[in-house]
Design a protein around this ligand. Structure first.
Ligand SMILES: NC(=O)C1=CN([C@@H]2O[C@H](COP(=O)(O)OP(=O)(O)OC[C@H]3O[C@@H](n4cnc5c(N)ncnc54)[C@H](O)[C@@H]3O)[C@@H](O)[C@H]2O)C=CC1
Ligand SMILES: C[N+](C)(C)CC(=O)CC(=O)[O-]
Length: 491
């Protein structure tokens, strides 16, 4: 059954939460007094639709329904997750919690996006303190997985576990802090770095662009994959962390940084920073910058997925769970009708598959058909264990027809037929669709090989039988249009 989330405050962060829940299959009900809220959330959703689904190599559940409501009471009806993302003012947050708790399901989780308030401050005077906890996300909420969960002794452990479970199921990494503290963990770093950067600009040491370069050409990339302590452990060389601390610890006593002093926010400093930021980035609109940011984040996170590391490992685990619960997780024994084409790929087109023509690049059609072949091989028993035992298939010939174009974010399906198979041979036919629209076909001839001799040889009897089950059942189907065709101009 579809689950429902309520979003109270639909600005930058509330809009991001709405997109994350919707694209993970939840219905979302929004309350925001701003008459422009629907348009603003629409813009965030458009960005999310082109970027989030393509993070995974498998389709997310069908998108939920979005609705807007005139009161908090109406918005929270039926919601099991309520995310407060109103402005960072304690009184507005308290008023919102009071209105939420007058109307909501007492079992619902109420998460607050607050960047700085402690949960005990949020819970003050609440009707049910135990229902409210901090769930602090990072912008863009639809792509970045971190959410800092901060609770108090008032929160029942079952509610905290429910909250963490739900956040994990929408692809997030709930980091549950041991104790509450102003600004949680991550915002304390961000503020320390920001404060230092303001000094560097004010003192004329570096411009905003030079400071950004200092981050993005070096330690920013490093942090994205290993964080701080693991990076420094490696920097200690073979002697490791103790050596690193002995070598660089004393620097903390020297006056390298001004950390706790804050430069005065004079009009002059604000103008200096805003002027430098305009010179650095003013030629892009904010929407353009958001898209550049999203393109880069998707490429980086997908690269980390191939390494099964950090934020990428989380994506891999989510992908595996979705696959296991879907048609793509079936075994050959689950398939009752081997005469029907088999679903081998169901996924969105990722941003990093598109090219200068604004659509999916030709090389990625082969990637998608290659993935379809891999899935079919796995289905008939040519899986990781079989390959480790020394047998596999090599592709000997491929013919792809590009029939229609497709853009980032679009959901594609590949259905696979067996045109022939048995012994050493496997002849596959893939059709790629977006809905009912045929996008491409791929015809592939493969040979079974011994990975030891690198020469063709018969498949194992079990693999051969599994392949022949499909080949025999499909033998009487009429040949697909375009099968066996060679390249030539239409006459
Ligand atoms: N912007 C950021 O980078 C991050 C912000 N946060 C936190 O998220 C919360 C929201 O911040 P943003 O989305 O940046 O602010 P925002 O200004 O973009 O959005 C706030 C939204 O709340 C609406 N609003 C105002 N009064 C309301 C009320 N009484 N009931 C319902 N909605 C109301 C406004 O119309 C606006 O759409 C804050 O607590 C902030 O600390 C958390 C992570 C990152
Ligand atoms: C600037 N900020 C304190 C609102 C930032 C955050 O809370 C998290 C983020 O997305 O950087």
């Amino acid at each position: 059954m579809t689950q429902t989330a309520a979003i109270i405050g639909g600005g930058v962060i509330g809009g991001g939460w709405a997109a994350r829940f919707l694209l993970n299959g939840w219905d979302v009900r929004v309350f925001d007094p701003d008459p422009e809220a629907a348009r603003k959330i629409g813009d965030v959703l458009a960005n999310a639709r082109r970027s989030l689904p393509g993070l995974l190599d498998v389709a997310l559940p069908p998108e939920g329904q979005l609705s807007f409501h005139d009161t908090i009471a109406e918005a929270v009806t039926g919601a099991i997750w309520i995310q407060e993302s109103v402005p960072e003012r304690l009184q507005i947050k308290h008023d919102s919690f009071a209105a939420i708790q007058r109307a909501c399901d007492p079992r619902a989780v109420i998460g607050s996006s607050t960047s700085g308030f402690k949960p005990s401050q949020l819970q003050q005077n609440a009707q049910d303190r135990g229902q409210i906890l901090v769930c602090h996300p990072f912008n863009p909420v639809y792509l970045l997985p971190l959410v800092e969960v901060v609770s108090t002794a008032q929160n029942p452990s079952e509610l905290i576990e429910t909250a963490k479970g739900i956040l994990s199921r929408v692809g997030m990494h709930p980091l549950h802090l041991k104790k509450e503290i102003d600004a949680h963990v991550a915002d304390r770093f961000l503020e320390a770095v920001w404060r230092e950067a303001l000094w560097l600009v004010k003192d004329g040491i570096a411009t905003t662009e030079e400071i950004d370069d200092a981050i993005r050409y070096g330690f920013g990339i490093r942090w994205a994959q290993m964080g701080l302590f693991e990076t420094y452990r490696v920097a200690g060389g073979e002697a490791g962390m103790k050596h690193f601390m002995a070598q660089f610890g004393p620097a903390l006593q020297w006056p390298w940084t001004k950390l706790m002093d804050v430069p005065e926010f004079t009009e002059e400093l604000v103008d200096l920073i805003a002027g430098q930021s305009d010179a650095q980035s003013g030629h892009h609109t904010i929407r353009e910058l958001e898209r550049i940011r999203d393109n880069n984040l998707v490429a980086m996170m997908r690269a980390l997925k191939t390494q099964d590391w950090g934020a990428g490992a989380l994506l891999g685990a989510q992908e595996k769970a979705i696959r296991q619960g879907s048609e793509l997780g079936q075994t050959a024994g689950d398939i009752r009708d081997p005469a029907a084409p088999v679903l081998t790929v169901h996924r969105a087109v990722p941003l990093d598959w598109t090219d200068y023509n604004g659509h999916m690049n030709e090389a990625k059609y082969l990637q998608a058909f290659g993935d379809a072949t891999d899935r079919f091989m796995e289905l008939i028993g040519c899986d990781a264990a079989y390959i480790a035992s020394g047998g596999s298939y090599f592709t000997a010939e491929t013919h792809i027809r590009h029939i229609d174009e497709v853009n980032a974010g679009a959901l594609i399906e590949i259905r696979t037929r067996v045109l022939g198979g048995g012994g050493k041979k496997m002849h596959l036919w893939h059709e790629m669709y977006e809905g009912a629209r045929l996008l491409a076909t791929g015809e592939h001839f493969l040979l079974h090989v011994s990975l030891e001799t690198r020469r063709a040889c018969d498949a194992s009897p079990a693999l051969d039988a599994a392949l022949r089950r499909f080949a025999d059942a499909q033998a009487d189907l009429s040949p697909p249009d375009g099968a066996g065709r060679s390249i030539g101009a239409p006459r």
